[in-house]
Design a protein around this ligand. Structure first.
Ligand SMILES: NC(=O)c1ccc[n+]([C@@H]2O[C@H](COP(=O)([O-])OP(=O)(O)OC[C@H]3O[C@@H](n4cnc5c(N)ncnc54)[C@H](OP(=O)(O)O)[C@@H]3O)[C@@H](O)[C@H]2O)c1
Length: 337
């Protein structure tokens, strides 16, 4: 049994790698521990970022990765959740990739599940309150904060024809479509929310989720298995519209959901949810930015909100969502990456 859960080893490239647990190698925490549940957590830059943030935020805790294979067997998800629930030194976790599978396999192990976890059928945040285990889905909050960082309040009211187009019908699109179409926003909402996807099932599932939302924004679901179909859709949007690459193309797989022939809406916004990788979509948008008056954003601020919202929940602290302390966390993360 290791005396320390984290061992750091220099890889051939000189980058540090961190030893992750698996469902079979979980060990009780000797110090307060915050987990990161993913697929290849040992090579993630958050392993270097978290200690810098912990020092800045005054948290006495370490981070430990837990690697599970994509679509792992249910018993692995259950073992991990039971371990965090039962181990006093284990404070909680951020979940990537396995958000849907983990929640489906272990939903009954949580004492509380927030509204978004139940709505979206996933959890990105495991925390403890008064001895009970809590599942939160934080994406609707973090994607909303990220959108607010580049789309000013009142924007949609003053651009009444502008629409939002999300290419990719995954969890991020569930989150941002909820955020932008909430009835409580009044007329500060896109005229239409269009979602495209390369295969049909996720579009059907999104339609079901939207049906439960009670939002009266018109939704449109387009099956676009080829980039040319996305091109046609992007090019036909009114001035001022928002175009989002939520496919992961450029990071999770090479390429872009559109070709160079797509024309971005004049005066609109282009948002790539990723911030690292060969972000072809971002380059395509930048190439039109000056002539079309387009605002182009990557996923860095989204990344910061995604982590800080979970850390705030697990450690029961306030982390500002903008301003000097948020900027300081951004600087520390950039330096540690
Ligand atoms: N910056 C951040 O912190 C942050 C936060 C959240 C997410 N992200 C990134 O955002 C991306 C999306 O995240 P997610 O959680 O929504 O992912 P997800 O649940 O895996 O969904 C991705 C969706 O994109 C679709 N897709 C993939 N390739 C496509 C293509 N060529 N054309 C059209 N659609 C395509 C997939 O279609 P199928 O249904 O056919 O598989 C799937 O529905 C990921 O790369 C993720 O890393 C970044």
């Amino acid at each position: 049994m290791p005396t320390s859960n984290v061992s750091s080893a220099a890889s051939a490239s000189g980058a540090a790698a961190f030893t992750a647990f698996t469902a079979a190698t979980l060990r009780p925490a000797e110090r307060p521990t915050f987990y990161f549940i993913g697929v290849t957590t040992g090579s993630s830059s958050i392993q270097r970022v978290f200690p810098a943030w912990a020092a800045e935020l005054g948290l006495d805790a370490r981070m430990q990765g837990i690697d599970l294979p994509i679509h792992a067997p249910d018993d692995q998800y259950r073992r991990v959740v039971e371990f965090i629930r039962d181990d006093p030194g284990s404070l909680g976790a951020l979940v990537t990739t396995h958000k849907i599978d983990l929640y489906r396999a272990a939903r009954d192990l949580f004492d509380e599940r927030d509204f978004f976890a139940e709505l979206t059928g996933e959890t990105s945040c495991i925390s403890k309150r008064a001895g009970g285990l809590v599942a939160h889905a934080k994406d609707p909050i973090s994607s909303g904060l990220a959108l607010d960082a580049f789309i000013p309040a009142g924007y949609w009211s003053s651009h009444p024809g502008a629409t939002a187009v999300a290419m990719g019908a995954g969890g991020s699109t569930v989150a941002m479509s909820w955020y932008l179409t909430q009835p409580g926003r009044g007329d500060d909402r896109p005229a239409e929310f269009v979602v495209t996807n390369r295969s049909q099932p996720r579009l059907d599932s999104l339609r079901r989720i939207h049906g439960r939302l009670g939002a009266d924004t018109p939704f449109r679901y387009e099956h676009c298995p080829r980039p040319e179909l996305n091109d046609a859709l992007v090019s036909s949007q009114p001035a001022g519209s928002l175009i989002v690459n939520a496919t992961g193309l450029g990071k999770d797989a090479p390429g872009s959901p559109i070709t160079d022939a797509a024309v971005f809406p004049r005066g609109g916004f282009a948002w790539d949810l990723n911030y690292r990788g060969e972000l072809v979509f971002l380059d395509q948008a930048k190439a039109q930015a000056a002539a079309a008056g387009l605002t182009v954003e990557d996923g860095w601020v989204y990344f910061l909100h995604g982590w800080t919202q979970v850390i705030a929940e697990v450690f029961q602290i306030e982390i500002p969502t903008a301003g000097p302390q948020f900027d300081r966390l951004s600087e520390l993360a950039r330096a540690a990456r």
